[in-house]
Design a protein around this ligand. Structure first.
Ligand SMILES: Cc1ncc(COP(=O)(O)O)c(C=O)c1O
Length: 418
């Protein structure tokens, strides 16, 4: 039994009797035992010459998944199109969709496999059919850039107006709901709203269930970006109430790069047009909403291994561990005179990602310079982000292999720099 297996068994033993977390991943139970996480940390082969605190870009695969991926690459390289044409393209993809349906809590007919959240959300946004000239569409400053571009493109093609919500830096769950409520009242012709469950700039967990209810009551459709929350927060897709959702599997589920899915609630399929005139599938088949061309089949073939591992550890356990790691560094710096932590501590409002800036360091260039100092002087890797109302910031994201000693190094480095 390798370190991972041992850790997983212990963890599953410890998890018996654990209560389920809520849709927003809000509960904060006692941290799981350090010994279990040590074993799980050892199942990742990570570089030893720097501390990687930039794990929101995409997830390092645990060793069992990486090994499965390598086997799939070798197999496919031997069997080539014989395997794809005779097995994987139809039967294999069907099985995968069934597996993903069980994983997400929806029907297979409501899912289409994509190469990631960008493809999923671009297809949903750009093919949204219900806009009329003079309508408005809405997104926020914290939403992902590529989705903002897609919304702008949709507005331009449909003659719609764009309303941009400015979410303040000092945000909490109620303030977020109130901000959207006010924005929707101020823009009564809003037809489509983009929401990001966990944004990639500050890591704030938007209370999407409440905001979607508000939007629906006003006849506003929501396209939901769960790129950073899927696999990190404990929920099934229907819990959120959104009719259109885009996700990936290569961030928090830990599948190979280039894997994701889109969801359209069955009753709403007709409101999203087919992708670039697709004729492979019937218009009544959700697969006509994605046309990726030849994809990285070995990556797709590895999804079952990633899901198995993910489920064995348990999404609630993962989320709890990531939040505990995040709390470990944030609790030491919150209240420091020279440091502003942008992401709140309110229960349910954060996951692994949290951002900070040194007081007065609001330009992107200043934050890039600081990221460079952190990596060159202290061997700690993070990333600068722009977009928050109060200016740019540095995003810190631990992974399941992160150790508290790594975070103590970060805290010491930030104290020195501040
Ligand atoms: C909030 C958010 N949305 C969308 C994306 C795009 O995801 P993908 O890499 O799956 O295209 C990201 C990636 O960082 C993200 O953070």
């Amino acid at each position: 039994m390798d370190g991972f297996q041992a850790g997983r068994r212990k963890l599953l033993g410890a998890a018996v009797g654990m209560t389920a977390l809520t849709a927003a991943g809000a509960s904060r139970a006692a941290p799981a035992s350090g010994a279990d996480w040590d074993a799980i940390a050892q199942s990742y082969d990570i570089a030893g010459d720097f501390v990687n605190l930039e794990n929101a870009y995409y997830g390092i695969m645990a060793r069992p998944v990486a090994e499965d991926f390598k086997r799939n690459i070798d197999y496919l390289n031997r069997y080539n199109s014989y395997h794809l044409r005779r097995q994987f393209d139809r039967a294999g993809m069907d099985q995968l969709r069934t597996l993903l349906a069980a994983h997400t809590g929806v029907a297979p007919e409501e899912l289409a496999i994509t190469r990631g959240a960008t493809e999923s959300l671009q297809n949903l946004i750009c093919n949204y059919k219900l806009l009329k000239r003079g309508d408005s569409i809405m997104y926020a400053n914290l939403d992902y850039d590529a989705m903002q571009y897609a919304m702008n493109d949709l507005a331009q093609r449909s003659g719609a107006k764009v309303a941009v919500v400015q979410l303040p830096d000092q945000l909490n769950r109620q303030a977020a709901v109130d901000t959207y409520d006010k924005a929707l009242r101020a823009n009564p012709r809003t037809r489509l709203l983009l929401l990001t469950h966990i944004n990639h700039r500050t890591g704030f967990v938007l209370p999407v269930v409440e905001i979607i209810k508000l939007a629906k009551a006003r006849g506003v459709d929501v396209i939901l970006d769960v790129a950073q929350s899927w696999g990190q927060l404990d929920y099934k897709l229907p819990d959120l109430g959104a009719d259109f959702i885009g996700a990936n599997l290569h961030k928090w589920v830990g599948a190979p790069l280039g894997t994701g899915f889109l969801y359209i609630r069955k009753e709403r399929l007709a409101d999203i047009g087919i992708e670039r005139g697709d004729e492979d599938y019937a218009v009544t088949d959700i697969r006509s909403r994605v046309h990726s061309g030849t994809v990285n089949a070995a990556a797709l073939m590895t999804i079952p291994a990633a899901l198995k591992l993910h489920d064995d550890i348990g999404v609630a356990n993962r989320g709890r561990r990531l939040r505990a790691l995040r709390d470990h560094w944030v609790s030491q710096l919150r209240g420091h005179d020279g440091v502003q932590i942008l992401t709140p501590d309110e229960e349910g409002s954060y996951g692994a990602v949290t951002s900070f800036r040194l007081k007065g360091h609001t330009s992107f260039e200043q934050n890039v310079a600081l990221v460079n100092r952190l990596v060159e002087q202290y061997r700690i890797f993070t990333v600068a982000r722009k977009g928050p109302a109060g200016g740019a910031c540095i995003r810190v994201t631990p992974g399941l292999f992160t150790r508290t000693a790594d975070l103590d190094q970060l805290v010491a480095a930030i104290r020195n720099l501040a």
